[in-house]
Design a protein around this ligand. Structure first.
Ligand SMILES: Nc1nc2c(c(=O)[nH]1)N[C@@H](CN(C=O)c1ccc(C(=O)N[C@@H](CCC(=O)O)C(=O)O)cc1)CN2
Length: 284
């Protein structure tokens, strides 16, 4: 894959942001191959994403980052400069359900997900065979019902050891402690099996069946200490009817969960997600 740089920024909205950022890029010979911008009137905040051809920047990413320092202060920029040749390290966590995990592993194996998967962590042994078939290390980390701290300390140690850029909860059925959510802010992605904000918490398909809904869905979101209330990345729905039982909802929902999680992870891997408060801007 050819080298590209991604410049992602957000700041208080004002005239001239794109021009000023573009000037820094172009005076260093940068060739902008893609750019997207959004001005949010409600929050008076501006969001921008540039893709820059890596071979057009003889100065390299560190010098470009240095040249943005003064503009950062002047425009109060939140700014990220990313080298696309550095593959993101994605640790996947799962429990007993295999559909989301196996879907991600298959997409990774086929090259659809441009990342490394250094390990899979689970609180059950069920997925070991599947994971090791892909040649990926599997770590069984027990989370004791009445004493969860040691287990999550081990999870944190593994996340650090593998230098994870992203953690995906592929139907991982344990609630992450606040400290871990704060440490990995906007780096943990969860697939919740409902169209949030409906049916937060455990067993959303049972909740949906009791409510008699005609649509069920899935939501991919960043994980915060508030259960299933983090910034939403992607969602989708599928129609259901009065004749569908809970098992039918589970079956129909699985396809939506897999699609939504893969789309959300891809957006994260391609640095297309900007978070502002509890909302996201997702550049296509
Ligand atoms: N801090 C957070 N942790 C997790 C989130 C989150 O948004 N913030 N999302 C969940 C995923 N999830 C639904 O999508 C979910 C998982 C687990 C539970 C739950 O009640 N778990 C029980 C234990 C259940 C068991 O032992 O089988 C618990 O943790 O006490 C609710 C919702 C993932 N984590």
């Amino acid at each position: 894959m050819s080298r590209n740089f991604r410049l992602i920024l957000d700041c208080p909205d004002q005239v001239g942001i794109v021009t000023r950022a573009g000037e820094v890029i172009t005076r260093n010979g940068g060739w902008i191959s893609e750019a997207a911008h959004h001005s949010d009137e409600e929050s008076n905040w501006f969001f921008s994403r540039f893709e820059i051809q890596g071979d057009s920047l003889p100065c390299g990413i560190d010098e470009l980052r240095r040249q943005f320092e003064s503009l950062k202060d002047e425009l109060k920029l939140n700014l990220r400069l990313i080298d696309t040749t550095e593959k993101k390290q994605v640790v996947i966590m799962a429990s007993k359900g295999s559909h989301c995990l196996s879907d991600l592993l298959d997409r990774w194996k086929s090259g659809d997900l441009d990342c490394d998967i250094p390990c899979v962590i689970s609180n059950h042994e069920d997925m070991r065979g599947l994971v090791e078939w892909y040649g990926i290390p599997f770590h069984h980390v027990v989370i004791e019902k009445d004493n969860k701290a040691p287990g999550f300390a081990q999870v944190e140690q593994l996340v650090d050891e593998y230098k994870a850029d992203c953690v995906v909860l592929a139907r991982y059925m344990q609630i992450l402690p606040q400290a871990l959510c704060e440490k990995l802010r906007h780096k943990v992605i969860n697939i919740h099996h409902s169209f949030l904000p409906s049916f937060i918490g455990a067993k959303p398909y049972h909740q949906a069946s009791r409510r008699g809904v005609k649509l069920i869905g899935a939501t991919c979101h960043y994980v915060t200490e508030q259960l299933d209330e983090g910034p939403i990345i992607d969602q989708d729905v599928v129609r259901v009817s009065h004749s569908d039982k809970v098992d039918d909802l589970v079956r129909l929902g699985k396809d939506v969960e897999k699609t939504v999680l893969a789309r959300g992870l891809r957006a994260h891997l391609e640095d297309r997600i900007l978070v502002h408060g509890n909302k996201t801007v997702i550049f296509s």
